[in-house]
Design a protein around this ligand. Structure first.
Ligand SMILES: [Zn+2]
Ligand SMILES: [Zn+2]
Length: 342
């Protein structure tokens, strides 16, 4: 089968590889759509944690498709069923899982291989993180379940409440999903901050109440003037750089919450003003990945169009042209997510 193999930083090749064979409990899926992700771009351009991705591997983690073959003893899913799965499955028996922190599982399995003709779902993932896609939901939409699941987990950690002012740093795919989610959770005012004007214009079309171009104006001053001098109730960092993690701390009001959502390069640190935590009672939260419940909820929200992810797919391309797709995403100011079909 055709697949996009990742060998290392900036080394992505379209190759012919053996089609996976199904073992006990496993399911083989014919991929119908895979969506590009900011994480993919980070991995391709700067590398990633080895615990999560071991190279070489077939690349990509957001996908959906049609069941091609199942292990004979499985009653579900059935051949031909439209499904999505993963990209993770917790073990359910480690201490973190038994605390209900499935996203922090010590024995998590990760599934890569979205940019290919077929993908094989491991047995544990078939049981805990595979869902059927409702008929009216497109494959592209269903592929976006994974990033939305992560955003839902983050929004829960940030505890967005009815009437809150939410400032989001970064108007890329993840920042935009945070915007859509915060609005549905009841944010009265949303403020998007980015350096790229085209992205801010897009955020405005999706319903952002205010936008701040931090290349042209000081974000701290702008957010304070948009919030009566106080700062936002909740600030979400959706870029993954120490500088923007620190910036997030300057935009929050006393007693507010900062959600540091974007993963920074390994080994990095930030400086934190102790007075902010003590006299300002600011809560600083992190959020990593999602649990199977979030994946299930994300697909339901996509299906009901409570969170309409359709505008986020700004281009469709073929698997053969995947390296070009990443070039486009690295340089374009207006592309959000590209849907890749085999
Ligand atoms: Zn993703
Ligand atoms: Zn576990």
């Amino acid at each position: 089968m055709k697949a996009a193999m990742l060998y290392g930083v900036k080394d992505l090749r379209i190759e012919d590889v053996p089609k996976p064979t199904v073992q006990t409990g496993e399911v083989l899926v014919k991929i119908r759509a895979a969506t590009t992700c900011g994480t993919d771009l980070k991995i391709l351009n700067r590398g990633y944690v080895e615990k999560i991705i071991k190279l070489p591997t077939i690349f990509g983690h957001e996908w959906s498709g049609e069941v091609a073959e199942t292990s004979p003893e499985l009653e579900w899913p059935t051949k031909g069923m439209r499904i999505r799965a993963g990209n993770s499955a917790p073990c359910l028996h480690c201490t973190m899982c038994q605390q209900g922190k499935y996203n922090l599982c010590e024995n998590m399995i990760w599934l890569w291989g979205a940019y290919a003709e077929y993908i094989k779902i491991p047995a544990r993932m078939v049981l805990v993180n595979t869902q059927e896609i409702p008929e009216h939901v497109s494959y592209e939409e269903a592929a976006i379940t994974e990033p939305l699941a992560c955003v839902l987990h983050g929004a829960e950690e940030a505890n967005v409440k009815l009437g809150d002012t939410v400032a989001i740093i970064g108007a890329g795919p993840i920042g935009l999903l945070h915007l859509l989610t915060a609005k549905k959770m009841g944010a009265a005012k949303t403020i998007m901050i980015d350096l790229i004007q085209e992205r801010l214009d897009f955020a405005q079309k999706l319903g952002a109440d205010a936008t701040v171009n931090s290349g042209k104006e000081d974000a701290t001053t702008a957010v304070h003037s948009l919030t009566g001098g106080y700062g936002a109730d909740i600030v979400i960092e959706a870029i993954g750089l120490p500088a923007t993690w620190e910036q997030a701390l300057k935009l929050v009001r006393k007693g507010g919450t900062v959600l540091e959502f974007g993963g920074c390069p390994p080994g990095t640190q930030i400086r934190l003003d102790t007075e902010l935590l003590h006299y300002g009672e600011v809560a600083v939260r992190g959020a990593f990945h999602a649990t199977p419940v979030h994946f299930r909820k994300a697909l339901s929200l996509i299906a009901s169009r409570t969170i309409d992810v359709r505008p986020l797919v700004t281009r469709k391309m073929k698997l053969d042209t995947l390296p070009t797709a990443f070039d486009i995403l690295s340089t374009s100011k207006s592309e959000i997510k590209i849907a890749i079909t085999p």
